[in-house]
Design a binder for this molecule. Structure first.
Ligand code: VGL
Ligand code: ZN
Length: 206
């Protein structure tokens, strides 16, 4: 059974937002079309408490996009974004939320960032998504949303590691592209056995 996984299609990741992905909002019509076609739709929502460890503002000696060492390894320091309950954390206003069966929030632990829909950035704290999908006999994920080189990539790669078939819908995602991170993300997804398809092909599979 197949499901569409819409990653972090939130205001702060769209133009005008705190951590804007170039053209992030351009995918919304395509994502709505996909969501209408799939039998099962799941969304993730980046959902940080104020003062989250991943925010540069929590580290006075650092600037956004610096990389620091934390308990679980390297952490990029981001501008404050997707703070719980704020407009920036809300979904893009044109995204149709009606088809979503599950909205999974992540990144709510103050000391751990969470890019992947499956595991937080310590690589061991589960979000519970694997159990949810298995319990519902979902074995194939079609991933879209933001950002291609962070939360989409980590969700797709972890999905493979958890034993799911994973497609990433190329024209329904956009990347931040920090220092070549986008090209590297596509390579990593390829190496993990993630299949890259167009929205037209995904609509045929739905
Ligand atoms: C994301 C950076 C920080 C994402 C979330 O959704 O890709 N990127 N938090
Ligand atoms: Zn975040």
């Amino acid at each position: 059974m197949d499901a569409l996984l819409i990653v972090d299609l939130q205001n702060d990741f769209c133009p005008g937002g705190a951590l804007a992905v170039p053209e992030g909002d351009a995918i919304v019509p395509t994502v709505n079309e996909l969501a209408a076609a799939f039998d099962h739709v799941i969304q993730t929502q980046d959902w940080h408490p104020a003062g989250h460890q991943s925010f540069a503002s929590s580290h006075p000696a650092h600037d956004p996009m610096d990389v620091i060492e934390v308990a679980y390894g390297e952490q990029v320091l981001w501008p404050d974004h997707c703070v719980q309950g704020t407009e920036g954390a809300a979904f893009h206003p044109d995204l149709d939320l009606t088809p979503a069966e599950l909205i999974l929030r992540k990144g709510f632990r103050p000391e751990i960032d969470s890019y992947s829909a499956f595991y937080e950035n310590d690589g061991e704290t589960p979000t519970g998504l694997t159990g949810y999908l298995r319990a519902r006999n979902i074995d194939t994920l079609h991933v879209c949303g933001l950002a291609a080189d962070f939360c989409v990539k980590w969700s797709a790669v972890d999905g493979r590691a958890e034993g799911f078939d994973v497609y990433v819908i190329e024209d329904a995602t956009r990347g931040l592209d920090q220092d070549g991170s986008l090209a590297q993300a596509w390579d990593e997804m390829n190496d993990a056995g993630v299949q890259v398809i167009s929205s037209a092909a995904a609509l045929d599979l739905a």
